[in-house]
Design a protein around this ligand. Structure first.
Ligand code: SF4
Length: 715
C-alpha cells in the first residue's frame, strides 16, 4: 500500500483536527456514522404501512424525525449517549429517507434540473440515467486530500472511492436536434422527435471482417438530451452536427471522433480529408392532399373492384355501382380507409368474402360514394401526387422478387404512370415486357430501392423489409470541422448501439463501458453497493467516497445501500452540489463529510463553461450552507486562467462570508490545463486556453489568506 506522508502530518494541524473532528471520530470508530444513528431513530410502525402514505405525509414524518435525529446526534457528539443505548425502531429514519427517494425517482427531482421523468419506470432525464445505478470502478484512492486518506490514528488506507458512471460527464455523445434519423418505415424523423420503442435503420456487422455491413432495423431503447459543445462536420455528401466524442464510422470500419480521448469506443481522431461511410441522404416530405389522392389512385386502381351490376325489375334493368376493396395487409387497408375518411368518405371496415376466404375490407353500393371515389382517383401531375401514386401502387401490386423491387400489372397505362413518377423522383428503373403476361417496372439497385421507399412512403411494412440485409454503403469525404458553440443535443441508445443519422453510421451506446467492458462497469443494486462499501472499509478505507460523474442521480441506491451496511464508516459526498433541496434534506442526516466543488463565482461564467441551464451560484451556495450546518467540509476550488477576478475571488469571498472562514477547509487547486476541444480550438475559448500563471495562483492564495481561509493543509 502506498503511503502519503501528509496523510499522517495533516492531522497535526490544529485547524484540521478541529474542523474535521466529527469525520475523524467516525473514521477512528470513536463515534458511529450518521447513517448508523439514522437506523436507531424512527417510529414504532410497521414499514409496510408507509407504502400507502402520500409523499407529503412522508415528508412530514421525515421532518419530525429529523428534529429527533439532531437531538440524538448532538448527545452522541457530546458523549452523553451511545448507539448501544438506542433500540432499533420498526421503521427507521433511514427507511423513511429511502421511501422518499423512491417517490422522488418517480418524477425525478434529485437535482436542480428537476426533469420530472419517471425513472422508476425506466424513463431517463438530462443525466441519462434510469432506475439502475452503475458503478464504473471502486478502489482505495490515494490522490484525494490528505485527511481523506486516513492517518490521525487510522491506517492510511486511502479514500474508499466509488465512481458512479454518469452520462452527463462520462459517456454521452450526441448530435443536434434536427439530425435526421431514418425509421424502418423509411419515414425521416428529427432525432428530437424519435421515441423509445421506435424502430430505426442501423447496420449490422457481419462476423467475417471482409463481408459488407448490412442494413438492419433496431429498436430505440433510450433517449437522452443535454446541453453540449458541438462541431459542424461538413462532407461532400451531407453535414452532421455532433459533440466531440460522438463517433462515426469510416470506410475502413474504424470509429472516428473529434476528441477520441472522450469517445466511449476506441476511436481515431477525425480530420479533414478522411473518408467515412455514408448510406443515403435522408429526405422528407409532407403527405399532403395530392399525396393522399395519388395514394388512393395507385392503391384503388391497382387493387379494387369498381364496377356496376345489373338488377332486373320486371322489364326494366337497373345498373347499381359496386365498390369493393379487400386486402390481406391490415396496414394497407388502414391507409386507404383513413385517406378516404380525410376526403369525407367514411366507410366501415367489414368482413368480406374474397376468393376462397374472408378478408377485412371496404364495401359500398352507394352511387354518390362510387362517384366521389372515381373523382378522387383521377390522375394529377404534381410531384406529391406521383409520390402517393407510387406508394399506393407498390402496396397494391409491388413486392420483391429476388433482390429487385417489382411492380407488376396488366394495365400498361398504370405502369406508364409509374414510370413518369419514378423519373420525376430521380429513381432508376427498367420496364420489363413479357409476352402473354403482365409487364413490370423493376428497380434493381439497393440505393434506388432505398430512394423509392424514402421518397414515396409505402405503407405495407411486410414489403418494406425487403431491403434489410442488403448493403447500402457509399462513402463521403470530410471537408471541414468547425466548432459551433453550445446547443441542446440528443443521443439514442439502440438495441445494437448503432443508428444512422444524416446518412452517417454513428455509434450511440450510452452504456458502452458496461455493455462491452463488463470489468469497467457494473449495474449495482443496494445490496451489491453495500457489499462494495463493506469490502473497501474492511480493507482499510478511511471513508466511503461517493463520486462520479455525479453521485446525485444515484441517491436512491446510495441511501438504500446504507440500510444493508453494518460496518461503521464515514460517508463522503463528492459532488458538484447541484442537488435539489429535497435531495439535500435526505442527505444532510447521513453524510459525515462533504467534498463539494465550488467553481464559478458568477452565473455568466458557469453558463458559458458548463452545460448551463441552472442558477449555479444560487444553488451551489445554498447547498454548501446546508451541508456545512450538518457536517464537516473540504471545499474544492479550481483556479482557472483569467477567472481569478470573476470566479476565484468571489467564490473565496462567499465561502468566508456565508460558510464561515473558521468552519471549513478549502482546497485551492492549480492543476487546471486546457484539454479536449479547448486545446484544439483555443481561439474559441481564449480565456481558458492556458494553465493559470504563477502570478494568478499567488493572487488566489493571497486572497484566501486575507479572507482568513484555511487552505494550506489540504491544497
Ligand atoms: S437526477 Fe437530475 S438530471 Fe437526472 S433525471 Fe433526475 S432531475 Fe434529471
Amino acid at each position: 500500500m502506498w503511503l502519503r506522508p501528509d496523510a499522517i502530518t495533516v492531522w497535526r494541524h490544529p485547524e484540521v483536527r478541529k474542523r474535521l473532528a466529527w469525520y475523524r471520530a467516525v473514521m477512528l470508530n470513536e463515534k458511529p456514522a450518521k447513517f448508523m444513528i439514522c437506523k436507531r431513530v424512527g417510529v414504532d410502525e410497521n414499514p409496510e404501512a408507509l407504502e400507502e402514505a402520500s409523499e407529503d405525509e412522508l415528508w412530514s414524518l421525515h421532518d419530525k424525525l429529523a428534529v429527533e435525529f439532531r437531538r440524538v446526534w448532538q448527545r452522541i457528539k457530546e458523549g452523553s449517549l451511545s448507539l448501544k443505548e438506542l433500540e432499533a425502531p420498526r421503521t427507521s429514519f433511514l427507511h423513511i429517507k429511502i421511501k422518499l427517494a423512491e417517490r422522488l425517482l418517480r418524477s425525478c427531482r434529485f437535482c436542480v434540473r428537476r426533469c420530472g421523468v419517471n425513472r422508476a419506470e425506466g424513463q431517463v432525464g438530462f443525466c441519462g440515467l434510469g432506475r439502475e445505478a452503475r458503478v464504473s470502478t471502486w478502489f482505495h484512492h490515494f490522490g484525494e486530500e490528505a485527511p481523506l486518506l486516513g492517518g490521525g490514528g487510522h491506517p492510511v488506507g486511502g479514500s474508499g472511492t466509488i465512481f458512479f458512471t454518469s452520462c452527463n460527464l462520462r459517456c454521452v455523445f450526441c448530435v443536434a436536434p434536427n439530425s435526421k434519423v431514418i425509421l424502418d418505415t423509411w419515414v425521416i424523423k428529427p432525432i428530437s422527435k424519435v421515441q423509445v420503442n421506435d424502430k430505426v435503420l442501423s447496420v449490422s456487422f457481419p462476423e467475417q471482417a471482409k463481408r459488407q455491413l448490412k442494413l438492419a432495423s433496431v429498436k430505440v431503447v433510450k433517449k437522452f438530451t443535454r446541453e453540449a459543445e458541438v462541431f459542424h462536420v461538413r462532407t461532400d455528401k451531407a453535414d452532421i452536427i455532433l459533440t466531440a466524442e460522438h463517433p462515426i464510422l469510416d470506410y475502413r470500419r474504424r470509429w472516428l471522433a473529434i476528441d477520441p480521448s472522450r469517445s466511449p469506443v476506441k476511436a481515431t481522431r477525425m480530420r479533414e480529408g478522411m473518408v467515412v461511410r455514408f448510406t443515403i441522404e435522408p429526405e422528407n416530405f409532407t403527405e399532403d392532399e395530392d399525396y393522399m389522392r395519388g395514394y388512393l389512385a395507385g392503391a384503388l386502381r391497382g387493387d379494387v373492384t369498381m364496377t356496376f351490376f345489373t338488377v332486373k325489375h320486371g322489364l326494366k334493368c337497373y345498373k347499381y355501382p359496386y365498390f369493393k376493396f379487400a386486402v390481406k395487409d391490415l396496414d394497407f387497408l388502414t391507409a386507404v380507409h383513413s385517406y378516404l375518411a380525410r376526403f369525407g368518405i367514411k366507410l366501415p371496415i367489414k368482413k368480406i368474402h374474397f376468393g376462397d376466404g374472408i378478408r377485412e375490407g371496404l364495401i359500398s353500393t352507394k352511387r354518390d360514394i362510387f362517384e366521389r371515389i372515381e373523382g378522387l382517383v383521377e390522375p394529377m401531375k404534381s410531384l406529391s401526387w406521383y409520390r402517393g401514386f407510387l406508394a399506393g401502387f407498390f402496396d397494391a401490386e409491388g413486392g420483391f422478387s429476388g433482390r429487385s423491387l417489382r411492380i407488376i400489372n396488366t394495365d400498361s397505362d398504370l405502369l406508364e404512370t409509374a414510370c413518369r413518377g419514378l423519373e420525376a423522383l430521380g429513381i432508376s428503373y427498367a420496364y420489363e415486357r413479357y409476352e402473354g403476361c403482365a409487364d413490370a417496372v423493376r428497380i434493381g439497385r439497393a440505393e434506388d430501392i432505398a430512394k423509392f421507399f424514402m421518397r414515396t412512403h409505402p405503407k405495407v411494412k411486410r414489403k418494406l423489409r425487403g431491403l434489410l440485409g442488403r448493403a447500402l454503403l457509399s462513402t463521403a469525404v470530410i471537408e471541414d470541422i468547425e466548432p459551433l458553440g453550445e446547443m441542446t443535443v440528443y443521443n439514442l441508445e439502440t438495441s445494437n448501439n448503432i443508428f444512422i443519422c444524416n446518412g452517417f453510421i454513428t455509434h450511440n451506446c450510452q452504456n458502452y463501458d458496461i455493455s462491452f467492458h463488463p470489468g469497467n462497469g457494473v449495474v449495482v443494486d443496494a445490496r451489491k453497493l453495500a457489499a462494495i462499501e463493506a469490502e473497501l472499509r474492511r480493507e482499510g478505507a478511511a471513508n466511503i467516497n461517493f463520486v462520479g460523474g455525479e453521485p446525485t442521480p444515484n441517491l436512491h441506491i446510495i441511501l438504500a445501500s446504507m440500510e444493508h451496511l453494518d460496518l461503521n464508516v464515514p460517508m463522503l459526498w463528492n459532488s458538484n452540489m447541484l442537488c435539489s433541496p429535497e435531495t439535500m434534506k435526505l442527505l444532510v442526516d447521513v453524510i459525515d463529510i462533504w467534498l463539494p466543488d465550488f467553481k464559478f463565482g458568477n452565473n455568466e461564467c458557469a453558463e458559458r463553461l458548463t452545460a448551463g441551464g441552472v442558477d449555479y451560484v444560487g444553488t451551489v451556495l445554498a447547498n454548501h450552507k446546508l451541508a456545512v450546518e450538518h457536517g464537516d467540509m473540504i471545499i474544492r476550488h479550481l483556479v482557472m486562467p483569467n477567472h481569478v477576478d470573476c470566479c476565484t475571488k468571489p467564490v473565496l469571498a462567499m465561502i468566508a462570508r456565508e460558510l464561515g472562514a473558521d468552519r471549513v477547509l478549502v482546497n485551492i487547486m492549480g492543476q487546471y490545463r486546457p484539454e479536449h476541444w479547448v486545446a484544439r480550438w483555443p481561439e474559441k475559448w481564449p480565456d481558458i486556453a492556458r494553465r493559470p500563471s504563477a502570478r494568478e495562483m499567488r493572487e488566489a492564495l493571497e486572497h484566501a489568506r486575507q479572507l482568513g481561509l484555511v487552505f494550506e493543509p489540504v491544497s
